[in-house]
Design a protein around this ligand. Sequence first.
Ligand SMILES: *Cc1c(COP(=O)(O)O)cnc(C)c1O
Length: 360
Amino acid sequence: MAVTPQPGILEIELYQGGASHAPGVENVTKLSSNENPFGASDETRAAIVASAHNIHRYPSTDHRPLREAIAEVHGLDVDKIICGVGSDEILTLICQAYAGPGDEVLYTEHGFSMYPILARMAGATPVAVPERDRQVDVDALLARAGAKTRVVFLTNPGNPTSTMISGREVKRLAKGLPVDCLLVMDGAYVEYVEGFDGNVKLVEARDDVVMTRTFSKIYGLGGMRVGWGYAPQGVIDVLNRVRGPFNLSNTALAAAEAAMRDQAWVNKCRAENTRLREWMGNALAEIGVPSDASCTNFVLARFADTQEANGAEAHLRGQGLLVRKTAGYGLPHCLRITVGDEPACRQVVAAIRAFKDNLS
Ligand SMILES: *Cc1c(COP(=O)(O)O)cnc(C)c1O
């Protein structure tokens, strides 16, 4: 008889990453995983190389220099910062520490597909709450949250919707949730909104709100796997008990610290992203492919129906342009297109135009 895993484990559906290959095409343009098309900054790359000199040493267990860099740049309390192997690890630790069998973990209809996986890993029950026209619906979340709800995941701005809700709405959500329930503000795309702090003040004002951030998007370090969280002291103390002491390598710590201190690179990448996402959104709208105004580094392109979206995806793939299908996110008539560099943006729009022309 086969050995039985913990309850919930066999209900986990494997995470599907963005495509990175197209059959028969050698040089693909990957616009399927919301990566920074310009990569990591020069300073960051130099720090990665330099880290080879002390790679025989175990890394620090408290990540102090990286936490100090984050605290200085964002004006935060260094003691309330925790670093993880991508923000995914922080989200994993939260579920592990705060949710278990019989508990519910809420997320929104089009939310990140890791949330139900993490809930099931902890033996808890994931619950998808409807959105309204691809916008998080705070009233629906408040109506669904109950005595069993331990964790609520809010991606703001959202993936793959690219929309965001106001700070006032997030505050209303935090205030209205039941006691003994943690609100997790997943801020993977916060940096793409000029001047936005991810509503971090809510973390400081309450004892039940957490913010997570990542080095995988605007910092161009998706392959390095570093993220961080900002949380009330009580939550930090809990998460540190379940975190592996050597979760981040010397190289990852050095890369992230250098990246955090190089805000000039972040500003440059943000400006270019803002310019190109606007151009791409407008250019697609002109050829009959609407999208919501994006607050992220991607555009959620809406096609007439599922068939048209699938046809466009296949057409793009045939030219080595890889975008993300969003059927798994409850949006089968859409494609999520990462804002690449200017040539990539122009190529993808030209290819969709040709596809649309062929239809008529
Ligand atoms: C990309 C992304 C993350 C980042 O995950 P990492 O583990 O930090 O790479 C987190 N949440 C959402 C919604 C994302 O899209």
